[in-house]
Ligand binder design. Sequence first.
Ligand code: ADP
Ligand code: MG
Length: 633
Amino acid sequence: MDSIINILPEFVANQIAAGEVVNRPASAVKELLENAVDAGSDHIELHVKDGGRTLIQVVDNGCGMNAEDARRCFLPHATSKLSGADDLLHIRTMGFRGEALASIAAVAQVELQTRTQDSETGTHVCIEGNKTTLAEDCACAPGTNICVYNLYFNTPARREFLKSDEVEYRYVEEEFNRMALAQPGICFQLHRNGQKLNHLEATNLNRRIVQLMGKAFESRLLKVAQNIPGLNVFGYICTPDYNIKGRSKQFIFVNRRFIRHSGLSNAIERAYQGLLPEGKFPVFFLHIEIEPENIDVNIHPTKTEIRFKNQELVCKVLVSAVKFALGVNQLSDSIDFGSEQALPYSYKPQGYMPDAPKLKLHPDYNPFSNPHPTAPKMEQNAGYRESYARNFALMQENLHVENTPQQLLLDCVAEVQADTRIDPPEEKQADTKAESRVRIFQLFDSYIVTPLKSGLAIIDQQAASERVLYNSYTEQAEPSIPSQSTLFPQTVEFSESHAGILQKIKSELAHLGWGIEWIGGNAFMVNALPVGVVESRAQDILESILTAYADNLLADTADLRQNVALATARQLSIPKGKPLSQEEILYLTSQLFSGACPEVTPSRKPVLWILEHETLDGFFARSSVKKKTEDVQ
Ligand code: ADP
Ligand code: MG
C-alpha cells in the first residue's frame, strides 16, 4: 500500500498557518494596525473596501523599513522585535512572532511602500501568494503604506466562509476601536469605501472614549486609578445606571493590548454587585500596566488571551479600584452640600456648629504627653485635640460592647415600639440650644439620621467614625493624637510575620499615640496608648491592626502611613449597636462633614445613604414639596 502521509508543500503549509492568524479581514486589520503602532507612528490611517474583502490599507508615519527589510518582512518568522528566547519575557511590542505579514502575503495580493525616516528613497514591493512580483526603489513618504488586496483570492473555501460585507466591516471597526482606545495618544483615521468615517485626533483616554462612543459618555465616566509597585490600573468605568445586555463594551487592555479575560471581567462585575439590574453588564475601559515578566501573552496565536502570574492580586487591585471609583463618585454626586441656611451640615461648618467642641477632657487624658497643651497659638488645635480625646474616650467604652446580631435586632424592635428616642423634644432643647432647627437622631443605636438639602441622610455610625479617625490621622503631616502612659508597661508578643510588620510601622504608630519598643525576638513593650484604648485590650487591638495592615498590603495602594491609619481607624471605630448621646451624635457628624470624603470610609465602604427628596415625592406621587415651600417664601 502506498504511503498516505505527505509532507505539505511549503506554500500550502503557509496557507493553513495563515488561516490561524488571518481568519477574517478584521484579523489582518489588527495585525497591520499593531505593526503601525510598533513602528512608533503617531498618525495611522485605515482604509477598507467591501468589509476588507477587496482592500485593507494601513498608512502610518512610523519608522519605516529599509530596502532589505522591506523584502524580508514577508518571510515566515521575520521579525525585528525578538532575537532570542530570553526576549520573550520582556516583550513590549504588539508583535513578536514574525508571522503576520508572511501569513497575509500567503493568502492575498500585498503591495508595500515604505521608507525609513532618514532615507532619501523608499522601497516598493509587491507580493502575491508569497511570490514576489516586484521590488524596486520608489518615491514615497517616510513611514509605511501597505495594501492588502483580495484577501483569500487563492483560498476559495476561506472566502466562502466570510460573512456579509456589513458584518465583516463590524469586525474591522471593532479592531479599529480597540486600537484607538488602547492608544489615545495616536491620531487614527478610518475610511470605508472611500468615505472618511472617523478622524480621531490624538488626545487622552477620557476624550478618546467620548470621540469614539459619543458625547453621552461625557457624564457617564468615572475615573479609575490605582497603582501598587509593578502594577498600575487606570481608565474609566461607566456609572451603573448605564448598563447593557452583553459584554461588548467591556475593554480591558494589558500593556495596551486588548484582551479578553473572564476572570478579570468577573472581578470587575463583582465590584458592581447590587448596582446593576439582573442580566445587565457594566461598561468599562480599563488599562492594566504590568511588568511583562508577570504575564504570558503567548498562549493564543491572536493574543487576546493572556495569563497572569498572580491573577488573584490583579483581581484584588481591580476590584478595589473599581469599587473606589463607584463609591466615591456615585455618592458624592448625590450629596448636595449647598450652603443653604437650613442645611445642618456643609463642608464649611455654619454658626450653629461649635468652633471648638465644648466637650470635657476625658479624665484619663494625660496632659504630659501633649508637649504644648496650653500654648496660645495652639488654641484651635487644643480644642481639636480635646475633641479627639473625647472621641477616644467614647471609643474606649465601645470596645467592650459586644452585640450579637440577635441582640441588635431585639434592640431595634424594642426601640421602634417604644418610639421615644426619636428626637425627644426635651432632649433636643437641652442639647441643641444653638440650633433648634437641627433635627438629628440615632436610629437602632447604629445609624444617625439627619436631613440634608438633597434629602434624608442615613449615616452609618461605625463607618462615619472610621472616616473621622482616619482623617485625624492623616490630615496633618505629623498627627499627634493624645496619648497616655500605661500604668505598667505591658509585654506583647506576636507571630514572626506580625512582629516584622510591627517593627516596620511602630514609629508610624507612635504618631497615633502608641509607645512601642522592641525588646527582642517577637516581643515588644507597650508603654503608651492612644487615649481611649484600654490597657487590657492593647494586645488584641495591635493584633487586629497588624492583621488589617497585612490585608491592606494586598488590596491597596496605600503607603505605610495611610495603611497604618486605615488599620487603626477601623479597629477603633464606634461599633454598631452603641447608643450615642445627642452631643456625641453632633460631634461625630460635624467632624464627618467638615473633613475630607465624608461619603466613604477610607476602606471605601459607603458612610451614608441619601433618600432623595425627589424619590420621596415620586413615591407618594406628589408635586415637589420643595417647590411649595419656595412659593410660600
Ligand atoms: P512581528 O510584528 O511579529 O514582528 P510581522 O510579520 O507583523 O511580525 O512584521 C514583520 C516585521 O516587519 C516586523 O518585525 C517589522 O520589522 C516589519 N514591519 C512590519 N510592519 C511595519 C511597519 N508598519 N513599519 C515598520 N516596520 C514594519
Ligand atoms: Mg506584527
